[in-house]
Design a protein around this ligand. Structure first.
Ligand code: ADP
Ligand code: ASP
Ligand code: MG
Length: 782
């Protein structure tokens, strides 16, 4: 049985590389019996429309040029995707089809829909053949054998039978989108963008569980993400709003896409074929998601007032012009929004009942929850006026407002409208992982902070997560008495449960705040990002993970417009990462970072004065809780090595942890064995330290444990963490025991470096540093 119908639009099939990517998605996500619905490759339908127009205009030169263009485009795909023999066989078939198109044109018997159908036929054939080269058993099906229509109505019972008879469970079926036939066997099309509709129809007929519409964006956004980079991707959009957007001509879904899903539980998702691991947008039944705000734009529309509009006439007209037509009633009169190119056809059909009120209009529609429409309409009108856009016609009803103008609405105006009307006062779901020392203080501080941030953001802590248990509440946890909630409601979980719950959250923005020290938890970052979460980490593991993994995570974040803050992973609340970013953003070049980035090692080296053995100090620090449970973890220097790596990556350097030389603050043999054997041999630690301390003193210097990163003029990098003898009286020598220090030398801070110094550990300052990251994020998302 077909489980899923996957639909790939032209944007997913625009080049040989995209076909390969689609084949890989099918390879990874499809099972035999699944159906794949394809559109024509790239802009092929547009080219075929031009071919049809040149035929109608009897422009032979243009006709032949366009035909050649079509042939070259298809042949390019074939040669890039297949070996010479297969490419040539497929190319021969194409050639004979093109010849018969030319012949029909010469004989004046070319038929529009049959001509346009070729786009889908070619892409289905190509993809099925390509899948076979991957050893996937696949076959292409011409949807004209599946979908029959009579007098504008699809014959559902007959179509269902045809689908069930042809689609079995032995192969992957690659079905042409967009086309169908009438009872006489003539080709008809389902309208521009109609492959989405083909996919949901097919899913209905074969009783599929789900439809995935794969396109070139990550889902359904608050506005066209190609025009406005801050467009918000919505995790869920309800069917009614999706349908309204489609009726208003938004291309992301075809207007009829949702009708076959009525009364079914078929799940519909919009996903990116460029980023198949990302979770897309789910189109859910009414009531399963809050209404969202959208702005959709129009180009080249005519406004037609119709007298005596008949029932079903809008439908007939949109069928006629192959395009959705938005219809509304204002002041008792019926209006249609018709693509300018099609006005003639529509007017002819209306036989004098249609008056063109305005032509060549552009504009936009705001779609929003009904209680917000009135206010948004007023705000939008004011913004458009400020932007010198003269509105020629407006209309609003309970769920949208239209603004029509004859000026172009450029991306800048759209971005301003979007920022002021949509991307304001939105919701942010906060997931806090790690409720240890710092985590608990962070949650305590949350109460006050949330109130403060509330003015710009509706911020809710939706999850508190420990290593084995979590408290998850999508509507928000009352953090005032979270412990009480925790005791009664926390549940044990697996990673998959946490991801599933995050996937279900219906918030515009989500952030995972990682205050764990867990390598395993940081391993989930790519999955969090796939679920559209921003990241804030105090945890150092992800920032110091293997370069390839790290680089991929950064790419993933950038691709999805998500942010990652990790200011507290180095120097707790000290603003070191801010400072480095700021210097670089303002054109400076950092040449050296040196410092002490471990509170423990800072305390040990700065406190040692020779009056007692070094190991006594180590045990004292351990007793006061200044060290890791096994202080050798601190003495190993690994923690500082990781922090230096994070700073190096902040400077854009591609390093791995092993590229940073490491000299521990203890004899090597002491790192081996258990704690007792260390204690038994502590004299050798004392001798080790004492010898170096005396050496430094003799040279008039101070022993410190430092990290240093140097970038020379040729860009060569050297990095080291270890014992250093620093000038007496220098900032590092004078460091207050326990403090961190960062000494930054740059083009501008050359002879006199920039110094950031202060407590680099402690639960209050660290928790405050995490809040500073959260604040930064909310400002960035405003
Ligand atoms: P396909 O070829 O996959 O059917 P379309 O070009 O028909 O793709 O539709 C996808 C395009 O819709 C995107 O490239 C994007 O530019 C545009 N678009 C407009 N508004 C939105 C929106 N609100 N959300 C997502 N995409 C949108
Ligand atoms: N190829 C058709 C079009 O460009 C159908 C589709 O893409 O959905 O409109
Ligand atoms: Mg489309």
């Amino acid at each position: 049985m077909t489980k899923v119908v996957h639909k790939f639009g032209g944007s997913s099939l625009s080049s040989a590389a995209r076909y390969q990517a689609v084949a890989n998605i099918i390879l990874g996500q499809c099972q035999v019996g699944d159906c794949v619905v394809v559109s024509a490759a790239g802009k092929t339908t547009n080219t075929l429309v031009k071919l049809w127009q040149s035929y109608q205009q009897r422009d032979d030169n243009a006709f032949n040029d366009i035909l050649l263009q079509v042939e070259n485009h298809q042949n390019l795909l074939l040669t890039e995707l297949f070996d010479a023999q297969q490419a040539s066989a497929l190319s021969e078939r194409l050639k004979s089809e093109l010849q018969s198109i030319a012949k029909d044109a010469a004989n004046n018997v070319l038929h529009e829909a049959s001509l346009l159908a070729h786009g889908e036929l070619w892409s289905a054939r190509l993809l099925a053949n390509l899948l076979s080269t991957f050893n996937i058993s696949a076959v292409d099906i011409d949807a004209r054998k599946l979908f029959t229509q009579h007098q504008g109505q699809l014959l559902h019972a007959q179509n269902k039978q045809a689908c069930l008879a042809q689609i079995k469970t032995d192969k992957i079926y690659v079905v042409t989108g967009f086309i169908a036939s009438d009872c006489e066997g003539n080709t008809i099309t389902l309208g521009r963008n109609g492959s989405d509709y083909s996919a949901t129809l097919l899913a209905n007929y074969v009783d599929a569980d789900a439809v995935s519409i794969w396109t070139d964006t990550h889902g359904v956004f608050s506005t066209d993400p190609r025009k406005v980079s801050s467009a918000i991707k919505y995790p869920k959009v309800c069917r009614i709003q999706a349908n309204l957007l489609a009726r208003l001509g938004n291309p992301v879904l075809h207007a009829k896409t949702l009708s076959p899903l009525k009364e079914t539980n078929i799940k519909l998702q919009v996903r990116s074929s460029y980023d198949p691991e990302a979770i897309g947008t789910e189109i859910v039944k009414q009531g399963y998601s809050k209404d969202k705000r959208f702005i959709t734009t129009f180009d080249e529309l005519d406004l037609i007032r119709v007298e005596g509009l008949l029932a079903g006439e809008v439908r007939t007209l949109s069928q006629l012009i192959q395009h959705s037509i938005h219809h509304f009633n204002k002041g008792g009169e019926d209006y249609l929004l018709v693509p300018s190119n099609d006005t003639h056809t529509v007017a002819t059909h209306l036989q004098g009942r249609g008056n063109i009120v305005e032509s060549h209009l552009r504009g936009l529609a705001i779609v929003a929850p009904s209680f917000e429409i009135q206010q948004l309409t007023q705000q939008a009108a004011a913004i458009l006026e400020q932007q010198d856009v003269v509105v020629r016609f407006t209309h609003s009803d309970g769920s949208y407002a239209l603004f029509l103008t004859d000026q172009s609405i450029d991306s800048d105006v759209l971005a301003i409208l979007h920022d002021k009307l949509v991307n304001k006062g939105r919701e942010l779901a906060v997931i806090i992982a790690g409720l240890g020392n710092v985590g608990e203080v962070f949650v305590e501080q949350c109460q006050k902070q949330v109130e403060k941030l509330q003015t710009t953001f509706d911020l809710k802590v939706v999850a508190l997560v420990r290593s084995k248990e979590m408290l998850f509440c999508p509507s928000g946890i009352n953090i005032d008495n979270w412990q009480q909630h925790w005791r009664s409601e926390a549940q044990s979980y697996q990673q998959a449960d946490l991801l599933e719950r995050i996937g279900e959250l219906d918030y515009e923005h989500k952030v995972v705040i990682d205050i764990t020290a867990s390598d395993e938890f940081s391993g989930m970052y790519p999955s969090f990002v796939a679920h559209d979460c921003h990241l804030i980490s105090a945890n150092k593991y992800a920032g110091t993970a293997e370069q390839a993994w790290y680089a991929k995570l950064i790419d993933q974040l950038q691709e999805r417009n998500l942010h990652w803050r990790y200011n507290t992973s180095v120097g707790a609340g000290l603003p070191i990462n801010f400072a480095l970013a700021d210097l670089q953003n303002s054109g400076d070049t950092v040449t050296r970072i040196e410092g002490v980035f471990s509170g423990t090692l800072s305390w040990l080296c700065s406190s040692f004065d020779g009056s007692k053995p070094f190991s006594d100090l180590v045990l004292e620090a351990q007793g006061m809780g200044y060290t890791e449970p096994d202080p050798r973890e601190d003495l190993s220097g690994r923690d500082m090595q990781r922090k230096l790596l994070i700073l190096a990556r902040d400077l854009g350097l591609q390093l791995d942890v092993d590229d940073i030389a490491l000299e521990p603050l203890m004899p090597e043999h002491l790192a081996l064995g258990d704690w007792d054997s260390f204690l038994a041999d502590r004299a050798s630690l004392d001798a080790f330290y004492h010898q170096r301390y005396e050496e430094a003193k003799l040279a008039g210097k101070s022993l410190r444990y430092t990290g240093a990163l140097d970038i020379n003029e040729q860009g060569k990098v050297s990095a080291k963490v270890g014992i250093a003898y620093v000038e007496a009286g220098s900032a590092i020598a004078n460091l207050t025991p326990g403090d961190n220090i960062f000494v930054i030398t740059s083009q501008w801070y050359d002879s006199n470096p920039l110094v950031i110094q202060g407590p680099g550990a402690g639960k209050e300052v660290t928790a405050a540093g995490i809040h500073s990251d959260l604040y930064w994020l909310t400002q960035k998302l405003r």
